[in-house]
Design a protein around this ligand. Structure first.
Ligand SMILES: [Cu+2]
Length: 117
């Protein structure tokens, strides 16, 4: 009986969290000093806001030695670039129309998103 009550309470808390408390992390606006770190399976920050229809420079710093993290792909922009280990790499994105663009490693383990607006 108690177990059922605890499970019920857990489900209620999960619903409360999902509908009222959970907010996705807001996009980080691109600035010239912004560096996106590639480490432990995540890009930090992973959600970046850029200006639409303008070239943008993104700087990546890869700290993860796994070969999986060694390149980055933006399929919608037909873009891919190598990331050498422990070095900062600046890449220039072509002007992008308004919208959201995923970027990821070739195996999609690292995931990030760019929003152009
Ligand atoms: Cu990968």
């Amino acid at each position: 009986m108690t177990t059922i009550n605890i499970i019920g309470l857990a489900i209620i808390l999960l619903i409360v969290w999902w509908f009222w408390l959970y907010r996705p992390k807001p996009a980080v606006k691109l600035q010239s000093n912004l560096v996106i770190t590639v480490e432990n399976g995540v890009y930090t920050p992973a959600f970046i806001q850029i200006n639409a229809m303008q070239q943008s420079q993104l700087t990546f710093h890869r700290k993860d030695p796994s070969p999986c993290a060694s390149s980055i792909v933006i399929p919608a922009a037909d873009f891919s670039v190598e990331l050498p280990l422990n070095k900062s790499v600046s890449l220039t994105l072509p002007p992008l129309a308004k919208g959201e663009y995923e970027f990821h490693c070739p195996m999609k383990m690292y995931l990030g998103k760019i929003r152009a607006d």
